[in-house]
Design a protein around this ligand. Structure first.
Ligand code: FES
Length: 573
């Protein structure tokens, strides 16, 4: 037995020669395990977010078996623990309402059970930050095993990807260019296999960020879910976690400020989802690392979009894998990275990147030939967003990056849905569409409603983009000139609550400003008359969430879950 094995946390449950230790061993024997299976070897939780309503995780039961194989080969004992499954498309009103719930579940699962370390299986949007946030707060060695992107699809000779093309085809249907029959046929396209969205949506962004942070094995986030390299990678995760437990390689040793700045650089080079701005700040908050929107804006100004992936480019994750995947991209970014950061391998990033090369310079571009002249993120401030707002310039229309127009305001998503297809709607292509009460408290959960639909009458005139503003988020697979995450949100009295239809709003992305052209005296008058919206959530999780969620610029974590004094280990009696 190594010294580390003598110190294993799980021995608190299994080693004592008393009635309680007897009962713990007895119950494992009830499961068919032998005494020696749980005594004196690392116990690894295989935290699995599989479910029948989580198509992106449909293969994770099989992958859990591969992880277990790796754990057993390294001398550990794997035990699979199911955790809440946040299938992005099915969960309403939004998975974001439950990200912190899953993070709490993971933290408390690991704390309350005889676990020495964890392999975290997931990948669909919020699952990745949730698993990591829980693991960070618990502080046991953990490795994130990404679900991997689904396979590419092609339709009528063109590459089509999940999410991005759903929106494109829907707009075309609204414009009368896709028939009802074709629309039904399209249901069976774009999502060809288990795995996460194959565009550079939130899932691909967050799994890449997990790897850039050092919490996943090198290259793992780019492997397609259905590639045979994927179960091999899962087995590697299982093997490695046993070593990490013996080395006591905890998230706290990996997640430095340098690691988070590396992750921000990768987000920008990928043209990653704006959602990452919320998640990365929340994860840093759990790790006790100071990270702000200004850090992300600085990264976006420095690092161009190099990955030619939807929605900023025109390729998919399978192509990115063939082109060398994330290690090749990070190799290109070397001069912008902190190469001394330690990862789950126990080695510094600089060693890991050795030998990584780009195989296709159309998909992973050199620094001097970016995909877009505009960055993946811009942080805006002004009298409409005193604490910040974000936009993804690389997925917006050039003409809206500097734009002034008349506001058309919707007080809620249902009100907007009811009005948006009205032929009499008072708008044109220059109008600024505004949606409020869609933030963390207001919606609640800050859903991905920020890509407001283009009014049908304008779609039929050929309009495909407008300037849109909200306190909501936007799917990372989507595109358009959408100002998001306006903070503070309207439901807590942010200035967005005071905008009226007909007001002039000005966006200036190069200057990073968002301005409501209404004088201060008038705004003060409107503020004095403002009443918070009535909330119907009088109990339960949603009420707890609304009471404690932080605003978007702070990461939307629950205030009592952010880094603080360590929680004591449970008493065993
Ligand atoms: Fe799961 Fe997109 S819906 S990753």
């Amino acid at each position: 037995m190594t010294r580390a094995d003598a110190d294993l946390r799980s021995r608190r449950w299994f080693a004592a020669d008393d009635m309680r230790g007897f009962a713990h061993r007895q119950r494992m024997q009830q499961m068919g395990l032998r005494r020696e299976d749980v005594l004196g070897r690392p116990i690894v939780a295989v935290v699995n977010t599989w479910s029948d309503l989580s198509p992106c995780h449909a293969h994770l039961r099989e992958r859990a078996e591969a992880v277990k194989r790796g754990v057993l080969m390294a001398g550990g004992m794997p035990l699979e623990l199911p955790a809440m499954s946040l299938g992005e498309v099915m969960v309403k009103p939004t998975t974001m309402l439950y990200r912190n719930f899953l993070a709490m579940e993971v933290e408390e699962l690991l704390r309350s059970l005889p676990i020495d370390g964890a392999v975290l299986l997931g990948g669909c949007d919020k699952t990745t930050p949730a698993l990591l946030m829980g693991a960070i707060s618990m502080g046991l060695p953990a490795v994130f095993c990404p679900a991997g992107p689904m396979l590419n699809d092609r339709y009528q000779g063109k590459t089509v990807g999940a999410g991005t093309h759903t929106r494109i085809f829907w707009d075309e249907r609204q414009a009368g260019k896709v028939t009802p029959q074709e629309w039904v046929h399209l249901e069976s396209r774009m999502t060809r296999s288990p795995g996460t969205c194959n565009t550079m949506g939130t899932a691909s962004t967050m799994t890449a960020i997990a790897e850039a942070l050092g919490m996943s094995l090198p290259g793992s986030s780019s492997i397609p879910a259905m590639d045979s390299a994927h179960p091999r990678m899962a087995a590697d995760c299982g093997q490695r976690i046993v070593g990490m437990i013996r080395e006591d390689l905890t998230p706290q040793r990996i997640l430095t400020r340098g690691a988070f700045l590396n992750a921000a650089a990768v987000q920008m080079a990928l043209g990653g989802s704006t959602n990452a701005a919320v998640h990365i700040i929340a994860m840093a908050g759990r790790a006790g690392v100071q990270l702000t929107l200004d850090d992300l804006d600085a990264a976006a100004r420095r690092i161009p979009v190099l990955a030619n992936l939807f929605p900023s480019g025109d390729r998919l994750m399978e192509d990115f894998y063939y082109a060398g995947g994330l290690p090749a991209l990070m190799q290109i970014l070397r001069e912008h990275l902190s190469l001394d950061e330690i990862t789950v391998t126990g080695r510094p990033l600089r060693e890991q990147l050795e030998g990584s090369v780009v195989q296709d310079e159309d998909i992973i571009r050199p620094l001097h030939r970016p995909v877009s002249p505009h960055g993946a993120l811009a942080v805006l401030r002004g009298n409409l967003a005193p604490d910040g707002a974000v936009i993804k310039p690389s997925a917006a229309s050039e003409r809206f990056l500097k734009h002034r127009g008349r506001a058309l305001v919707f007080d809620s998503q249902p009100q907007m849905q009811a009005a948006i297809n009205d032929p009499q709607l008072d708008c044109d292509e220059h109008t600024v569409l505004v949606l409020r009460n869609a933030g963390p408290v207001g919606a609640p959960g800050m859903p991905e409603w920020g890509n407001l639909p283009i009014p049908k009458k304008l779609l039929q005139q050929g309009v495909r983009d407008m300037l849109r503003l909200s306190d909501a988020r936007m799917s990372g697979t989507h595109y358009g000139s959408c100002v998001l995450h306006i903070s503070p949100e309207s439901a807590v009295g942010g200035p967005l609550a005071l905008v009226q239809t007909g007001d002039e709003i000005e966006l200036d992305v190069p200057a990073r400003t968002l301005t409501l052209h209404v004088d201060a005296a008038e705004l003060a008058r409107r503020q004095a008359a403002w009443q918070p919206p009535v909330q119907p959530y009088g109990r339960g999780w949603t009420q707890l969430f609304q009471r404690h969620v932080t605003q978007a610029h702070l990461g939307c974590d629950l205030d009592f879950l952010q880094a603080g004094p360590p929680t004591p280990e449970p008493v065993i009696f």
